[in-house]
Design a binder for this molecule. Structure first.
Ligand SMILES: [Zn+2]
Length: 554
């Protein structure tokens, strides 16, 4: 028998992380994340992994293990769990709290059991024996997994970095990593996000000092935007606020939620009682005693910061002397909206600071030297880079080779491939299981496919053009001038000449292609109109709107 390692997401993109391990009759699922759409996916809210394979094999699923509480690792849980039989979830305390909150939002809480594990627990699920080890990442309770299987020991490490001075004072468990190395690791799977960045990632501590200084030096209020799950950053902000004698107002639903969860579970410590106050209390304090902690670090349209920047926030208005800070590295694709939010804030009179450079260097993901150290500590026989775009995986593969993993033992997979391990050896196989994107748009999951998406792309680029033809079914001739409706293509009022020509062309097509009205084939007429009018419009405008021919028989 062989161990199958099947990535369902996360190896050709950043996001929707999900990995399946299968041995005999046992399946173990690791993480269930969402991804975010790029500009080629208009209207899409999220991307989730394709779980058809798990749905077909749900009887085999022994459990789901979640490494940490970021959305690209837990976000798809509510979409997926009901389809795969609500298997039990095993995870650390804080991650469990985030999952519960998310399930609650989808009214799914209570369907599958969430087991809280401790980092020193040993878990046996079917053929898998699972141990945990603490890693550093920018959310507390991030763990890696060491999984004993009949085909050997697997070490699964994502997302992680090494930080000797993390905000929560709990560094990576290097001892355990070395121990696994001594036991003999058959396969290491590791985070490739920053595999192209030389050196070491910076400690969170450096950033803390910067935030301290910023709050001490600002003369007025500070509006500080970050990610709701960057708990370490929130702690640093609270500490800095205390040192500069400021009180903290929190705005933005996701941030209020996660601060609440973390305070009640002691993952956040308030340096002083009564530090968190409401906006109306803050209004009675001098400006230099106030920090406003807000969501919106990615420029999200409806986030608190974006609303503040458009003067649409209910209780918070920017005034001269405010300092607005964005502290979270931008998710690729969001730079534009962050930048426009910052400009709006500046227009309102705020001093604006974007901690992008500093933030990128204190990324939650390991840089090259740390990645090499991980390989050196665990000394894997085989290596598989995960979590990244394909070029990042290749960069990571090169690093592993540099520190001594033979080229032939390094496996860079594509979605749809799997790795098979047995005592006899390792090989890549075509998995022949459905992978690829499943789109979430509003309440619809998976109903927007490639075709719908292509239509949206066409419409968003060149608009649409509707041709309505009223045709006499006896004579096969148009009974009146065709009607034209255009959206996002041309402005009808200024284009009378073009429209006149189009109508003429339509008439020509109908009358030459519809010679025998008794055998009229409307689908054929429509497709001829679509092709010929499309070509005609392209010649005149060099645009390709979506053309929708409509035939009305009279
Ligand atoms: Zn993460």
């Amino acid at each position: 028998m062989t161990l199958k390692v099947i990535p369902l997401g996360g190896i050709e993109e950043v996001g929707e992380n999900m990995t399946v391990l299968e041995y005999g009759d046992d399946i173990l699922v690791i993480d269930a994340g969402i991804g975010f759409p790029d500009e080629t996916m208009p209207g899409i809210d999220y991307i989730i992994p394709n779980t058809k394979y798990l749905e077909d094999n749900k009887k085999k699923i022994r459990g789901m293990i979640i490494t940490h509480g970021h959305l690209d690792h837990i976000g798809a849980i509510p979409y997926i769990m009901p389809k795969i039989g609500d298997p039990p979830i095993y995870t650390m305390k804080l991650t469990g709290e985030f999952i519960k909150k998310r399930l609650e939002e989808f009214h799914l809480l209570g369907r599958s059991t969430i087991h809280e594990v401790n980092k020193d627990d040993v878990l046996t699920l079917g053929n898998f024996r699972i141990r945990f080890f603490r890693l550093n990442h920018n959310i507390p309770d991030s763990v890696g997994l060491a999984i004993n299987t009949p085909a050997g020991l697997l070490v699964y490490a994502t997302d992680w970095k090494f930080d000797h001075t993390p905000v929560d004072g709990k560094p990576t468990e290097f001892g355990k990593l070395a121990q696994f190395g001594a036991e003999g690791v058959a396969l290491l799977m590791s985070d490739s996000t920053n595999a192209e960045k030389p050196g070491y990632s910076m400690s969170e501590k450096t950033l803390g000092e910067t935030i301290d200084r910023l709050l001490l030096e600002a003369k007025g209020r500070v509006i500080f935007a970050t990610f709701s799950t960057l708990i370490g950053r929130v702690q640093q902000l609270l500490d800095a606020a205390h040192k500069s004698n400021r009180k903290v107002v929190i705005t933005g639903r996701s941030l209020v939620n996660s601060v609440e969860i973390c305070l009640s579970t002691n993952y956040l410590q308030l340096p002083a009682k009564g530090m968190i106050i409401k906006m109306d209390q803050a209004k009675r304090l001098p400006d230099n005693q106030v920090v406003i902690l807000t969501t919106g670090s990615q420029g999200e349209e409806f986030s608190a910061l974006a609303r503040i920047s458009r003067s649409e926030h209910k209780t918070i208005q920017i005034k001269k002397g405010d300092t607005a800070v964005v502290s979270a590295s931008p998710i690729p694709g969001n730079e534009r909206s962050i930048s426009s939010t910052l400009s709006n804030l500046a227009r309102l009179g705020a001093k604006v600071l974007y901690m992008k450079i500093l933030d990128i260097h204190t990324s939650g993901h390991a840089y090259q030297e740390d990645l090499k150290l991980m390989v050196a500590l665990t000394r894997p026989k085989n290596f598989m880079p995960i979590h990244g775009e394909y070029h990042m995986l290749v960069a990571h593969a090169n690093l592993a080779r540099d520190v001594g993993v033979p080229e032939s033992n390094i496996f860079t997979l594509n979605n749809g491939q799997m790795l098979e391990l047995s005592s006899a050896g390792v090989g890549v196989k075509e998995a022949r299981i459905p992978t690829g994107y499943v789109f979430v748009d509003g309440l619809g999951v998976g109903d927007v496919g490639e075709v719908v998406l292509r239509d949206r792309q066409v419409m968003s680029q060149d608009g649409m053009f509707v041709v309505i033809m009223t045709i006499d079914k006896k004579t096969g001739k148009l009974t009146q001038q065709p009607d034209i409706i255009s959206r996002g293509f041309i402005y009808m009022k200024g284009s009378e000449d073009l429209l006149k020509e189009v109508k003429h062309e339509v008439r020509k097509v109908v009358e030459t292609k519809n010679k025998k009205p008794s055998e009229a084939n409307w689908a054929y007429i429509r497709s001829e109109v679509r092709d010929q009018i499309g070509e005609f419009l392209y010649q005149r405008t060099e645009r390709r709107p979506m053309i929708l021919p409509v035939v009305i028989e009279v």
